[in-house]
Ligand binder design. Structure first.
Ligand code: NOJ
Length: 728
């Protein structure tokens, strides 16, 4: 028997970047010698060119000490060339901070963040971030605009691909893992980069799932659902935040003194700096809260945005605004202080240049590719496997690989591919060929998703008839998720369902591999196909990882971190909803639909395996505690199938009665366990004030006396239950 002790309380948080006296003295000294223009230069971030080089104007600005940061300039030689202008030619020699969107890998592309979250394996996420940091830093990038820790309850929103899904607890665990993986204990060390928690805040609640759209979120929901992953990032020492594009309850997130100053600096004591999202300062004009650039600069700076990305309202307007007494000079000083502090903490003054000799060794190494393959395999979620169609035998003589995404390298990588190259991606077709070198692989990819013809569909059926087994690779192309890629339907795009039905009509053992960046409404496909494997956008080595699972070298053990709806009309649909006065049921006057089920297609936490598990022996000790007390929860999980595999044991709490309504379930602990056939393990959780408390009617965090239902199981539905009482 393996004993797994798992304390629910996260390991003690790494010290947030506390004010280091030495650093503060250096910052103050530098600040006291800066002109207003030089100060505003530190608050300016400009965009380089797509090929990683700087624009000519930027060298000029750097030389004058008027450029604090750039984004997209990358590659050791490009970075060093621009850095030299600042460090060797500017008056105060303040180094430039080079930022880049390293979202799921720099050159070696890992699975998208939503996939990595589906691994329910924070150590894996931390390692992926660490690998990304090593590669990025070798290429001169010292700051990544990651992690995106926006909670997302609407799969129409294309950016769900970039986050950890719908749950604040899981989102917090993952946020911490990303930050620790990027920054380590000391972000000034080689192989480390500054992280950026984004998009502060509420961006994922965009109305209608349309990117950049308005949001309306109550303070309670902000604090209980949207804030926690950001707070976890602060506790893990994240050095920067990015202010979001969205309008939040009438105050744009990039001009929101409540979130940027009262909460972030006042309540959470965040010492790092906030960068606006791309031109978000200037977009305050479009939001209608600023009349012009001067107004936008005044609002953003005084609300708490320190650095302006790409638009130039600060540099153009702040001198006059200060002169006119409309913005206090101290507000500029404070923003500059925060930016310089991060530059010192990152060790930029001591080590401003990239080591050009290391770059080619660090990027896309065999070790990094192996890590990406393992991460992809651990991110797979098996949605359906009737009759144990999967895994396929490796003795198959012929396999048909069908579908427009089967050999689509870009779709294998997904959006935000850093400096990754589509040509490097291993597709599912590559993976199948490598796994079965002696089998005949019949290929029928057809045209692009939007252009599948009758001939493509009949060819797919013919290919399926000619083979012993069929792998259908369906889903979304790379540009169907990510920024600005909202969808109003969640069906398989184009004629893919028809294609699938044609291939399935051959009656061969068939598995669907789904590639994409969001939950889809899969009902029709699930009715037709016996096995469906959600592979997400699995990254550079994705095709090999998928093949590992298709042929049994890996056993899928991931679980969904976003609910899969049956139809778009069910959105928003998420597991931690309120009960309501008339909860959904078959009764007429209940919270249901008249034209379809209210339940999701797949709930949060769902995922199958090639083996089976049983959870038993739930025990809570003690069953009654005082408000400050703790209780231990113990459970056993056994692999009672015939293959080694992983199960994710999940603990949910429900507070039946409180002075405010509570969700029907809240995840408060989980553990991914690997077990051989016949093996079992004990999993322990601890519940204390952090898990049991919630915001009371006065928005104060407190543990109220009363009863909690504890449910431990393998998804957010079902499981074993016990009761814990907090005595008055
Ligand atoms: C806009 C995106 O919203 C943000 O996530 C990204 O970091 C910036 N552009 C910079 O590319």
């Amino acid at each position: 028997m393996i004993t797994l002790l798992f304390a629910l309380l996260a390991a003690p948080a790494a010290a947030a970047p506390s004010l280091n006296a030495d650093v503060e003295t250096q910052v103050q000294d530098l600040l006291s010698r800066m002109t207003m223009d030089e100060k505003l230069g530190q608050l300016q971030q400009l965009d380089g060119l797509a090929d990683g080089t700087a624009r000519p104007e930027q060298a000029e600005l750097a030389r004058k000490g008027l450029l604090g940061s750039v984004l997209n300039v990358r590659g050791a030689a490009n970075v060093n060339a621009l850095q030299r202008e600042a460090v060797e030619h500017s008056r105060l020699k303040i180094p430039i901070l080079f930022g880049f969107d390293v979202i799921h890998g720099y050159r070696t592309v890992f699975p998208i963040p939503l996939a990595l979250a589906s691994s329910w394996d924070p150590a894996l996420v931390k390692d992926a971030a660490r690998t990304a940091a090593v590669e990025a830093e070798a290429a001169g990038v010292r700051w990544t605009f990651s992690p995106m820790v926006d909670i997302a309850r609407d799969p129409r929103w294309g950016r769900v691909a970039e986050g950890a899904g719908e749950d604040p607890y899981l989102g917090s665990v993952m946020a911490r893992a990303w930050v620790r993986g990027y920054q380590g204990g000391d972000p000034s060390q080689p192989g480390r980069v500054a992280a950026c928690a984004k998009h502060w805040v509420g961006y994922g609640a965009a109305e209608g799932g349309r990117d950049y759209n308005t949001t309306e979120i109550s303070e309670r929901t902000l604090r209980e659902i949207y804030f926690p992953p950001f707070k976890a990032a602060v506790d893990a020492g994240v050095l920067t935040f990015m202010s979001a594009f969205n309008d939040l309850d009438g105050e744009p997130a990039s001009a929101n003194a409540f979130t940027l100053t009262q909460v972030l600096r006042g309540e959470w004591k965040f010492p790092g700096f906030v960068v606006s999202d791309y031109k978000a300062v200037d977009e305050l004009i479009s939001h209608g809260v600023a009349a012009d650039g001067a107004d936008a600069a005044r609002l953003a700076l005084t609300s708490g945005v320190d650095m302006e990305m790409v638009s130039r309202d600060y540099a153009s307007n702040l001198p006059a605004l200060i002169q006119a007494g409309k913005v206090p000079a101290s507000a500029v000083d404070e923003a500059v202080r925060r930016v310089l502090r991060v530059k010192f903490l990152l060790g930029l003054f001591d080590r401003p240049y990239a080591d050009q000799s290391r770059e080619s060794i660090a990027l896309f190494s065999a070790e990094n590719r192996a890590a990406a393959r393992r991460a992809a395999a651990r991110s797979l979620v098996l949605l359906k496997n009737d009759g144990n169609v999967l895994p396929f035998s490796k003795a198959l003589k012929s396999v048909a690989v069908i579908g427009p995404l089967a050999d689509d390298r870009a779709a294998t990588l997904g959006s935000w591919t850093g400096d990754g190259r589509a040509a490097d991606a291993r597709t599912v077709l590559d993976g199948v060929r490598a796994a079965l070198p002696r089998a005949a692989v019949v290929v029928s990819t057809g045209g692009a998703i939007g252009a599948l013809s009758d001939l493509d569909i009949s060819s797919a059926a013919a290919a399926a008839r000619a083979a012993d087994a069929v792998v259908l690779v369906l889903g979304e192309m790379a540009d169907m998720t990510g920024e600005a890629s909202g969808r109003s339907t969640l069906d398989l795009p184009g004629r893919q369902l028809e294609l699938a039905r044609a291939a399935l009509s051959a009656g061969k053992p068939t598995a669907v591999v789904l590639l994409g960046g969001r939950p889809l409404a899969l009902g029709a496909l699930l009715n037709a196909a016996p096995a469906v494997l959600e592979a997400w956008q699995p990254g550079t080595q994705g095709g090999d990882a998928v093949a590992d699972a298709l042929f049994g070298d890996a056993n899928p053990g991931g679980k969904l971190t976003m609910t899969f709806p049956r139809s778009v009309g069910q959105i928003p649909i998420y597991y931690n909803h309120k009960n309501g006065g008339r909860p959904a049921s078959d009764k007429y006057y209940s919270s249901k639909y008249i034209d379809g089920p209210w339940t999701p297609q797949f709930p949060f936490g769902w995922g199958l395996s090639y083996t089976t598990f049983t959870v038993s022996g739930l025990a809570v000790d003690p069953v009654s505690i005082s408000a400050g007390g703790r209780s231990d929860v113990r459970v056993y999980v056994a692999n009672d199938g015939a293959r080694a595999g992983d199960e994710v044991v999940q603990l949910y709490l429900r507070r039946r009665t409180a002075d405010v309504t509570r969700p029907v379930a809240e995840l408060k602990g989980f553990r991914r366990v690997s077990l051989k056939p016949g093996e079992d393990a004990r999993v322990d959780f601890t519940l204390g004030p952090k898990e049991l408390g919630f915001l009371d009617r006065d928005m104060k965090f407190a543990v109220e006396p009363g009863d909690y239902d504890i449910t431990v199981g393998t998804s957010s539905v079902g499981g074993l239950s016990a009761r814990l009482t907090v005595a008055p």
